[in-house]
Write a protein that binds this ligand. Sequence first.
Ligand SMILES: [Zn+2]
Ligand SMILES: [Zn+2]
Length: 282
Amino acid sequence: MSANQSTSDTSTTNSRVGALQRISARCRLASSHIVDLICPRICRACDEPLSSRESELCAACAVGLSRVVGGAYCRTCGEDRGPHLLLDGRCSACRVGPGNPRFTAFARVGRYAEPLNALALRFKYDFTLDRLLGTWLATAIAGRSDFDNIELWVPIPAHWRTRLKRGYQRTALLAEFVARHTGRGRVVAALTMTRRVTPFHMRPGLSAAARAAEIRGAFAVRNSSIVKNKSVCLIDDVSTTGATLLEARRVLREAGVRSISAAVVTKTSTIKSGVDPAAAES
Ligand SMILES: [Zn+2]
Ligand SMILES: [Zn+2]
């Protein structure tokens, strides 16, 4: 066989493979259009129909998400602060306020605003959002070296009646995702809820002092020996003034943990409400 003939055969084979790949791609596209016609996909945040180019969120929600994700916030309490008000990533309250720093490290996906707040609320009834929100939370943590030494991911617990009613616990699902994606630590249900407390973000009129009083004593450590001398990170879906996280921190400290960090999907800002987080929660 001559060299020219061999080159020609290879070229023919390549063009056939290319043609088959193009046909295969068109078939996949056509089948996805057919699936969309039979069972239209909708935006996870607003229920608008999705185009074939959109995966989980519609274009409007994707733009909205880009506005609320990340941003300048304190790396130990999660509060919104302009970059000029942060020193070494910490706000002035965490640097000099009482009980500082608030947490060893604090990570969040974004501010409590559209569409992240809508997704967090839907997560109460739709456990399939765990993959989306869990991946985002894991991504927010994975880029932070101050979370490198976490040994235990501890979900903020729900009351057993709530778990029974829903059939799942949101924070435990998130924690599993975080542990799996970061490859750090393990999930431990170290806390239990001793009485039912309606989530605070459902009651925006409640003062920070009232929240702190209501949540006081609502958590108990299951087994102190599991958390003693460990680096722990609390996992929650929504944090408002932080009263829930701070109460969980209090009981874990009493149990002898070495350090406590926190990671949440979304955090409300106290700047607009004029509430100073240090004054409200210390
Ligand atoms: Zn949408
Ligand atoms: Zn702070």
